[in-house]
Design a protein around this ligand. Sequence first.
Ligand code: 5RP
Length: 231
Amino acid sequence: MSAPDLRRAAAARAIGLVEDGMRLGIGTGSTANVFVELLGARVHDGLKVTGVPTSEATRVAAERVGIPLATLEDLPELDLTIDGADEIDARMRLVKGGGGALLREKIVAFASRRMVVIADAAKSVTTLGAFPLPVEVNAFGLGATRIALERAIERAGCTGDLVLRIGPGNAPFFTDGGHLILDAHLKVIADPERLSASLWAVPGVVEHGLFLGLATGAILAEARDGQAHVT
Ligand code: 5RP
């Protein structure tokens, strides 16, 4: 049972949540891509939905398989968002943004009545923080923002390094919104709410990858006896 099989199993279960006429937020990443592919097949068979993509990459993928798309200007309220995650804890608090789409992902999740996470069960953790926490920042004032963020992280009781995310061609990675990402390698986030509040106090922070109180459900797939089990 490979990681792609587990992603497919979780995405296939999420397709079962989609009803005719729904306004859907569509996530970003390899698991969300499988959801897009499966949703495209259902649309081809006559399912009527309208999707709001959480990144340019998802927009392109969804257009390719014929999913009708809209923006949050057209559809400011969504019924359901399906998205992946980098970590999820028992309280459905998430770390997201491994693919750099955290800002649009959070806006879309916040606009949705429900947000269901689809992931390999290996993403389920007792304590968030092993996955580096993305902090999206304005390029202006990067040096000052970095120092202020280091202090904010310390004030929240965490320790670790901030690393500027690098993209293709060894150049800084730019998000769809034209911002930079500092990945916070913290290992342990003992109090995600405290860290979130502390990060928000820093001017220049556009968004961070802690999704707190947004996920309403999770579909996690794990391999057992050579088969994918979804819970
Ligand atoms: C992108 C994300 C993704 O949802 C997250 O990185 C999980 O991706 P994958 O399904 O490829 O493991 O937050 O910004």
